[in-house]
Write a protein that binds this ligand. Structure first.
Ligand code: AMP
Length: 431
């Protein structure tokens, strides 16, 4: 591979202040929202034992892992998601009496992906895990939290679809060859319906199951889809149980007032293999990929030694930012300082203590460190969008003597720019 040392590796990027400000504000807002539901933040290591990640997931994520060997010869991997590390942590650090647990995270994850806009190899996920609660109420809460957090960020256009792993699984359980089920799942994942149909017709199932499978790609919409699915799945107890579970969740979701946001998609499948029940996917029309995803994973925590039912959801911060950008509602960058302070060498002590006093009052202050002249300071302030320059020229009875000039003429046109006037220091301090 050809590269130069001044490049970042493919799929990794620098985030400069404007974008960093937008990103960190978004993460803070999401965190505050999740805390309002009683979720508590956790951190886990950026890297884990490779075997721990491999145990948590099937071949797909394992294929996309960043693996390396440390100096002790241990095989490690950068975390490809946060759910597996949290499952490991919960299985080893919590007891049944701690349940239910509501945890959230904001963290970077790493996957080999083909980079493009909205698809990186290092990206940030915000997510929740609700652990130790098995019923539909827990799933419905996670759906409501997912909808609420995306709404709280101003993502007006998104939709959440709900599916269930048990429906397809139930319909194909009669096929002796497990590879057929995997093939069907794979074809649905790729939306390769031609291949999907061919596989259904070859798999030797009875006519009613075949018909149910062939109808699967159309089973998307609102609650009435569940009724149609129930008719089609009459022959499969497992598929009907999955529908009962999904119906119960959907009903609760409507109690949250989310019927406009939430739909049903029974053809939904995931490339991650730890899901055991409800599946959730979030979309926005401004985006070519999913905005978020999640679902129930009752067997994952158990792979690390202690069984706990669990359900969760995560969304990609970079993708949320992309949607906000495309909706034209992205915030501006960090606000510029309100004041640039300058002083010559004699008055540095007064300048520094005045700057500290201003900051204690909540004024955003930048102190000149280059020895700018008054003219240079005004030009610099204009370039940076700083409204005023204050020159500290001495001290009287313990109070700094300050002269202030507007960097640019105020829009109303009253008062010239660049003219320094003596002001009382306490006025600047907002006293
Ligand atoms: P997943 O863990 O694959 O279900 O992904 C959950 C969410 O993470 C997705 O809906 C995206 O918002 C985000 N995501 C997944 N892969 C990437 C990627 N390569 N680059 C940026 N965001 C991603």
């Amino acid at each position: 591979m050809k590269y130069t040392v001044v490049q970042t590796p493919r799929g990794a990027k620098d985030i400069l202040p404007r974008e960093a400000y937008v990103k960190s504000r978004l993460e803070q807002r999401a965190a505050a929202y999740l805390e309002s539901w009683g979720y508590a933040r956790v951190y886990t290591p950026t890297f884990e034992f490779f075997d721990a990640i491999a145990q948590g997931d099937g071949p797909v994520l394992a294929d996309s892992l960043y693996r390396f060997v440390d100096r002790d010869g241990a095989a490690l991997a950068l975390r490809p998601d946060m759910t597996i590390p949290i499952a490991r942590m919960v299985a080893t650090r919590y007891q049944p009496e701690d349940m239910p647990l509501r945890l959230y995270y904001v963290g970077n994850v790493f996957r080999y992906a083909e980079p493009q806009a909205g698809r990186y190899r290092e990206f940030t996920q915000v997510g929740v895990e609700l652990i130790g609660a098995a019923g539909p109420r827990a799933d419905a809460e996670v759906v409501a939290v997912a909808a609420g957090v995306l709404e709280s960020l101003g993502l007006a256009s998104f939709r959440l679809d709900l599916g269930h792993v048990g429906y397809l699984r139930g319909l194909v359980e009669a096929v002796p060859d497990g590879r057929v089920g995997d093939g069907l799942k794979e074809a649905l994942l790729r939306r390769d319906y031609v291949r999907y149909e061919a596989l259904v017709n070859q798999c030797g199932l009875d006519a009613s199951r075949r018909q149910a499978l062939l109808a699967l790609p159309r089973l998307r919409g609102k609650g009435d889809v569940l009724e149609e699915a129930r008719r089609l799945a009459r022959g499969s107890r497992a598929a009907l149980e999955a529908l009962d579970n999904l119906s119960a969740i959907y009903e609760l979701v409507t109690l949250y007032g989310l019927e406009e946001r939430v739909g049903i998609d029974l053809a939904m499948t995931k490339d991650i293999d730890y899901y055991s029940g409800l599946l959730i996917e979030g979309y926005a029309p401004e985006l070519g990929f999913t905005l978020g995803s999640g679902g129930r994973y009752d067997t994952l925590v158990g792979r690390f030694g202690q069984d706990f039912a669990a359900t969760g959801f995560a969304f990609g911060v970079e993708r949320a930012m992309l949607v906000l950008d495309r909706l034209g509602v992205t915030e501006a960058g960090p606000p510029p300082p309100q004041l640039l302070l300058i002083a010559d060498d004699r008055c540095q002590a007064q300048l520094l203590s005045f700057a500290a006093a201003l900051r204690r009052r909540g004024v955003l202050v930048e102190v000149d460190v280059q020895g700018l002249s008054s003219e240079e300071a005004l030009a610099y302030a204009r370039r940076r969008g700083i409204a005023q320059v204050a020159r500290v020229v001495g001290e009287e009875a313990g109070t700094p003597l300050v002269e202030v000039a507007a960097a640019a003429a105020p829009p109303a046109g009253d008062g010239a720019a660049g003219v320094f006037r003596r002001v009382r220091a306490d006025r600047l301090l907002g006293a």
